[in-house]
Design a protein around this ligand. Structure first.
Ligand SMILES: Nc1ncnc2c1ncn2[C@@H]1O[C@H](COP(=O)(O)OP(=O)(O)OP(=O)(O)O)[C@@H](O)[C@H]1O
Ligand SMILES: [Mg+2]
Length: 259
């Protein structure tokens, strides 16, 4: 995995940003800034980790990109185009942004197959193409055995696999994953890590991923940032980050070991 990462980092280094966050600020209450002047450039095909303590604003930042939250200030550019005024459906269909939310993301009373159909019918007009893509995702995410099981009865890991497969139906170019590795067993985490790296290498997907499983997250990232006290306090490759004093001070603590 690290060989793939090294190769890709050199390729990505000088690329123009695919997504840029420019001076993003957010406050829900007066005088209480959640995000303060956040600037970030991400190249096409990069996997970016978003770390930070509970309440640091990770989900808020992700929801600003999807359009669910409107920032008080700042812009989001995709390939240089300002998408800030575009509604959620446009960000999904035209700009190919997809979300794996921190919780939920599926219809509890529908079975696995019907969950995929429900979103597939919106995003893929051609029936044959839709069926092909759904079957492909069912196979890739090993969901065949539970295709007729209602989502509410699936295990935590299966629910996560279902939501990730649903997020890929529209062939996104930017995938936002909010804590996809939380509360999963080691083998499921490994399976998802492999899938994330495959999405990057095979489809050149740009991925922003948040999680508190810092070690598991850094394994799949080209670069990560740490949000704390409403600012980016540290930024760099996983190896740079673990040596960064701010990263230790604001997030990892003194006893963190990467490997
Ligand atoms: N709609 C809202 N109205 C008011 N405050 C909100 C709203 N959404 C989020 N907040 C507050 O904004 C802050 C950032 O929340 P956010 O969910 O983005 O943090 P997070 O970094 O994702 O945390 P976690 O690691 O626990 O998921 C928190 O203090 C939260 O209470
Ligand atoms: Mg969150």
């Amino acid at each position: 995995m690290s060989v793939i990462k090294k190769f890709r980092i050199t390729k990505i280094k000088n690329a123009k940003p695919f997504i840029s966050l420019k001076k993003i600020s957010l406050s829900f209450k007066k005088n209480h800034l959640i995000l303060d002047n956040i600037n970030l450039d991400i190249a096409k095909g990069q996997v970016i980790g978003l770390l930070g303590p509970n309440g640091a604003g990770k989900s808020s930042l992700i929801n600003i990109i999807t359009g669910q939250i409107k920032p008080n200030f700042g812009k989001i550019l995709i390939n240089g185009q300002d998408i800030s005024s575009h509604p959620i459906y446009n960000r999904t269909k035209k700009f190919k942004i997809s979300l794996v939310p921190q919780t939920g993301g599926f219809f509890s009373d529908l079975n696995t197959e019907d969950n995929l159909n429900a979103i597939g019918e919106i995003l893929i007009k051609d029936k044959k193409k839709r069926k092909f893509r759904i079957e492909n995702l069912i196979s890739k995410f090993e969901l065949d055995a539970v295709r007729k099981v209602e989502a509410k009865f699936l295990s935590g890991g299966m629910k996560r696999r279902l939501v990730i497969s649903m997020s890929l139906l529209g062939e996104p170019e930017l995938l936002l994953m909010d804590e996809p590795l939380a509360a999963l067993d080691p083998q499921t985490i490994q399976m998802l890590q492999t899938i994330i790296v495959k999405l990057q290498t095979e489809f050149n997907l740009t991925i922003i991923i948040t999680d508190h499983q810092a070690r598991d997250l850094l394994t799949v990232c080209d670069k990560a940032i740490i949000l704390s006290n409403s600012k980016i306090v540290a930024e760099g490759t996983p190896n740079q980050l673990i040596q960064n004093e701010n990263a230790t001070k604001y997030y990892f603590g003194d006893n963190f070991k990467f490997k």
